[in-house]
Design a protein around this ligand. Structure first.
Ligand SMILES: [Zn+2]
Length: 388
């Protein structure tokens, strides 16, 4: 008998376009349906080898003895990983897979160049599924009425006023600490131009000459000190390379700091993901530099409202946690389902932005400065089809 978890997972995957899972727990000759060597596509072969389980049996499909064997459950997982997650397409403010599959349709991908039709046939035959172009819900590709208003300068102000009302206050106290990384590139460090023990080096950077050169939240009239309680996120945010000299300051507030917490869920009545503030804010902070004029306007408004800074979702949250953005169940956003909100909240890495020049102004103190050495960098990857 399948467990309650298996039944729930199976139902969930069916709704998401996946195949029904069979209750197969033990790996024996009868449960093996394919192996890593069955695939022609190198990415599929490597992913199959990674998720397959070593078993001495002979593959019923290609005759390979031993190696990474796949059951129906693992094969369905491979289809989800390679074709669905592997075809994730980022839009201006959202992301959705280009390909989906289910057991209700036959494959309709003939117009796709580079489609691994031989390998796809293996999935179709064993799992009785078909692959097709996915038509995602509009919210998933970033259609949201608040985002549309935020993009219009004359309508931006009224949405920002709602944001200031709907998001909660977070107090940072003297007991809290976080990190600020400094990357020194080129010959500034080698020539001794950079004093790594100078506290001022870890304060907000000098204002940019032009507004377009500013970052996600700072602007010529609003310097911002960016930091994070998570050192890995600091490294991602600074786009470090092995050629850089790296230093990290541990910072603590000298007094209580009032921050507007944009990582939390907005306090507003439930509404559709195309209409709510929550999806607008997540999509805004996971978007690239075209979103900066909006996030800078939010920062200025928060400063004017008396906040000392912001807690905001890191652009690198998904990469840091190895998770997918904007996941859905039954076509609904998981962020809109109360039971799934803790899982969605855990995907987000909170960054800190403190307004002004807080080290110079004495609102933050440097408790320690260290050099950071990159010992080893590894990437966790999986594959998807090319040519989409
Ligand atoms: Zn095989």
């Amino acid at each position: 008998m399948p467990s309650n978890f298996d039944r729930a997972l199976s139902r969930h995957l069916l709704q998401e376009g996946g195949a029904e899972l069979l209750p197969e727990e033990s790996l024996n000759d009868a449960a093996v349906v394919a192996c890593a060597e069955c695939f022609e596509n190198e990415g599929l072969r490597l992913d199959a080898a990674a998720i397959g389980r070593e078993h001495p049996s002979v593959c019923p499909r290609c005759g390979t003895e031993g190696g990474a064997k796949l059951t129906r459950r693992l094969l369905a997982g491979l289809a989800q990983s390679f074709f669905v997650k592997g075809s994730l397409h980022r839009t201006e403010f959202g992301a959705a897979p280009l390909i989906m599959f289910n057991d209700k349709r036959s494959t309709d991908m003939e117009t796709c160049p580079g489609w691994p039709s031989g390998d796809a046939a293996l999935f179709e035959e064993i799992l009785k599924i078909g692959f097709f172009w996915y038509g995602p819900p509009l919210w998933q590709v970033g259609i949201n009425e608040n985002l549309e208003k935020l993009e219009q300068e004359d309508e931006r102000e009224q949405v920002i006023a709602r944001i200031l009302q709907a998001y909660s206050l977070e107090i940072l106290t003297e007991a809290d600490k976080f990190y600020r990384l400094r990357k020194v590139s080129g010959d500034a460090y080698a020539l001794g131009k950079f004093d790594s023990t100078d506290w001022g080096q870890y304060d907000s950077p000098p204002p940019p000459a032009a507004a377009e050169e500013a970052g996600r939240l700072d602007s010529p009239n609003l310097p911002v000190l960016y930091g994070s309680p998570d050192i890995q996120t600091c490294l991602h945010e600074c786009r470090v390379t092995v050629e850089d000299a790296l230093f990290i300051a541990t910072l603590r507030p000298v007094r209580e700091l009032k921050l507007l917490n944009l990582v939390d869920f907005a306090d507003e009545a439930f509404s559709h993901p195309c209409e709510d503030l929550d999806h607008a804010m997540v999509m805004l902070f996971l978007a690239q530099s075209h979103a900066y004029p909006i996030s800078r306007a939010i920062a200025c408004a928060a400063r004017d409202a008396g906040y000392d800074g912001l807690v905001y979702p890191s652009f690198f949250s998904m990469l840091r946690n190895g998770v997918q953005p904007f996941e859905s169940s039954f076509g609904l956003s998981n962020r809109s389902i109360p039971e799934l909100r803790p899982m969605e909240a855990a995907k987000m890495i909170p960054n800190l932005a403190i307004f002004g020049r807080p080290i110079h102004e004495g609102t933050l103190t440097v408790t320690c400065i260290n050099r950071v050495i990159l010992r080893k960098a590894t990437y966790s990857i999986h594959f998807g089809p090319a040519g989409l």
